[in-house]
Design a protein around this ligand. Structure first.
Ligand SMILES: NC(=O)c1ccc[n+]([C@@H]2O[C@H](COP(=O)([O-])OP(=O)(O)OC[C@H]3O[C@@H](n4cnc5c(N)ncnc54)[C@H](OP(=O)(O)O)[C@@H]3O)[C@@H](O)[C@H]2O)c1
Length: 324
């Protein structure tokens, strides 16, 4: 089968497109024919081996994971002897970030617990955008952020995967939403329903004087005190990503602020695939329409990972495996 192979940490251009042996499922695994996959921050980090914590997890000098790719949508080709939740021919999707990656290949073996039925009304290309970014948004806004009707919400880094899915999840709650991202993405964000948009290069949202009930941050890069200042009384700030020192600061200082004031400042640790059925329900009701950058072919993956890292994409970058 054709796969994108990672031999050593380094720039994405070093990835090789190769023919490798098709994997065989173990007892509790499912062999999925990958029909579409999307690119995530985990791929950008794994391929380059940065930040350093990636090497602590995946191998100090050489990556133990040889095929990147966490978000997939596809069809079940074979099942292991103890699999009970899937049958050959089922259409499934999932996030492989805690089950060994491997999505950038024609076939991948996946533990059955990492898969859910693909939303029936969605193409594989659309479904592949959802598991990782959709659940960061859902867990951040709903499970941690506890969003409720009438609130005023801000998403920082709103034009990427998390923000473009997050705005659609928020729509069903009847809230007003501000979005912050680069100038090129603001028209797209307005068209998706953000009530207010800001270009982070010309506006610092923590200095506008406006306060929010809930802030979801995909790019935490300011001091925790600035975020606290931008929250209303009883407001909640949830970060899903940013530099490690900032995340550490939010974890430690944010907990103290949460202890001594009515404001909560939280770091989300993604629980892969938890809530995927809820995303499927929203998708089947027509309430989630992903923004797809592409679809592209498997041969494009090395340059697309670089394109993701350069932040030039809109929404989610998707690879259509059937296109090759
Ligand atoms: N919590 C967890 O367990 C977990 C797990 C996996 C991933 N993550 C994190 O979750 C985040 C995923 O977000 P995503 O998929 O939506 O990423 P994304 O698609 O790269 O979107 C991020 C957006 O933020 C914008 N941006 C860059 N700098 C900014 C700034 N200073 N202020 C405001 N916006 C800025 C980018 O635009 P430009 O590049 O055009 O400027 C881009 O549109 C990443 O930070 C990742 O590390 C967390």
């Amino acid at each position: 089968m054709k796969a994108v192979v990672l031999n050593t940490y380094g720039p994405p251009a070093g990835l090789q497109i190769k023919d490798v042996a098709r994997p065989v499922p173990k007892a509790r695994e499912v062999l999925v024919k990958v029909r579409a996959a999307s690119i995530n921050d985990w791929d950008w980090g794994l391929v380059r081996g940065t930040p350093f914590v990636i090497r602590l997890i995946h191998g100090l000098r050489r990556p133990r994971i040889r095929i990147p790719g966490v978000d997939i949508s596809g069809s079940v080709e074979a099942v292991g002897g103890e699999v009970t939740s899937c049958m050959v021919g089922d259409e499934v999707y999932g996030d492989l970030s805690d089950s060994g990656f491997g999505g950038f290949a024609e076939y991948v073996c996946v533990p059955e617990r990492a898969l859910a039925k693909k939303p029936a009304n969605m193409s594989h290309v659309d479904a592949a955008t959802l598991p990782h970014a959709g659940l960061l948004a859902l867990q951040g806004l709903v499970a941690k952020g506890k969003v409720t009707a009438g609130q005023s919400v801000l998403i920082n880094g709103a034009g990427g995967g998390v923000g473009t899915l997050g705005i659609q999840i928020l729509k069903s709650f009847g809230v007003t939403v501000a979005g912050v991202d680069s100038a090129e993405k603001l028209d797209m964000m307005r068209s998706m329903g953000f009530d207010t948009v800001m270009d982070y290069r010309s506006v610092d949202f923590t200095r506008t004087g406006k306060q929010y009930d809930l802030i979801l941050d995909a790019k935490s890069n300011r001091s925790v005190f600035k975020y606290a200042r931008s929250l209303k009384k009883h407001g909640t700030y949830v970060t899903v990503g940013g530099s490690l020192p900032r995340l550490f600061e939010i974890l430690v200082v944010g907990s103290l602020i949460s202890l001594f004031t009515s404001k909560r400042l939280l770091v989300l640790g993604l629980q892969p695939n938890r809530g995927l059925d809820r995303l499927s329900e929203l998708a089947e009701k027509g309430q989630l329409k992903p923004v797809v950058d592409g679809p592209y072919g498997i041969d494009d993956i090395p340059r697309l990972i670089q394109y993701f890292g350069d932040g030039r994409h809109l929404g989610k970058i998707v690879i259509d495996m059937d296109g090759n």
